[in-house]
Design a protein around this ligand. Sequence first.
Ligand code: ATP
Length: 456
Amino acid sequence: MNQSNDLMGKIVSLCKRRGFVYPSSEIYGGFANVYDFGPLGSLLAKNIRDLWIKKMVQEKEDMYLIDGSILMHPKAWEASGHTVAFTDPLIQCPVCKKRFRADQLEGWQLKKDNQTGQWNILKQGSLICPDCQGNLIPAVKEFNLLMATEVGSVAGEKTKVYLKGESCQNVYLDFPLIRDTMAAKIPFGVAQIGKAFRNEITLGKFLFKVREFEQMDVEYFCAPEESDKLYAEWKKIRFDWYVKDLGLSESRLRWRQHSSEERIFYAKDAWDIEYKFFEDFEELEGVHNRSDYDLKQQGKFSGKTLDYFDPISKKRFVPYIIECSGGLQRTFLALLAENYREEMVKDDKRVFLKIKPALAPYKAAVFPLVANKPELIQKARSVFNLLKPELMTFWDDIGNIGKRYRRQDEIGTPWCLTIDYQTLEDDTVTIRDRDTMKQERVSIEDIKNWIREKLE
Ligand code: ATP
């Protein structure tokens, strides 16, 4: 096994062992490529979402947050082109029955007709099945990724609806309501974190490609003539988020522009932010200038005009949209891949997550030195109760202190507080740092400020 596969394996194992990510429906043998965030994963995911909202909404004055429903009028998906054109090119191995995306097989080049969803083969590549080495037949089928369900309670009168194939569509539908209820002046943007569902063909990359995931989207509405300038600004904002706010290393991030074959016909420009998760650079977020296509299409199908009247220039126009669409699961995986550390401490292997304290699931852990001394337990409980209302704090009185440190290291807790016999005398505790393992004594009345300062 090479090093990067090894790292992926270690992360998958850590995620399950320490309650970050569980396979969905495990007692039934699991459900392919659907996962649950466990207690630790839910906290990490929440911290990512909260930070994203803080940076994309709270610290800006022209951004509005919405939280749209998963179910929408089915016509919206006709207007967007998803019912016909949201396809991937499928090749199925006749021997092992495994399914592949033809555009990801070695040497293949295909181009999608975005009106019909049909994939045309530009260059046929390898016909060897990557899994069983059997012979593939070069028959490419269009595979629609949308998931459908039904609403209504009377059999035979149910309406087919779609689960969101991409989370952003309802932002376009809500555009006139946001414009009017918020008296929003262009340029302005709408931020949304929402679920998306896709019948993906190629699976098996842990959280990287799943059937149900969350997208963190910015849809920024602007005048057509301003879109190039604002597009450049948003590219910078989004790249900075990964480097400065999340702490991903710049050397593992890069921009990739969509080729003319790949770029959707209405997009003015399209770049992806890619991250080197393990071996290869792969997409983390798409930042696209989508022109006025989305609002025009939804306007055409709904019979409404989705436009904007500029009170200064007295011009009426259909806004352009700059879209920044990133995935929560991929961000989560990137943070684990970036921060997973192993080091030898004497003869012992120490695993720790060197994640930014602001993102760590728990900020602090409180340990009484031993579990059978009531005075120590009582004192430790008072420290725990002091911190709990302000910070996610973990209580642990099981096993020796060394083992308790290791448990917190693995889940990324930056500071472990031990209440010992000296605490009973002078009201100080030891605070042990996750990364350096250094300890210092801090008086109980100063702990909150000490942590607050480190978190800033
Ligand atoms: P890819 O080609 O890598 O599957 P995409 O181009 O289909 O991605 P978009 O439609 O641009 O992805 O979606 C925006 C973001 O949503 C992606 O950059 C990614 O972070 C996330 N995303 C898309 N599909 C999935 C998936 N199946 N599982 C997890 N995250 C996903």
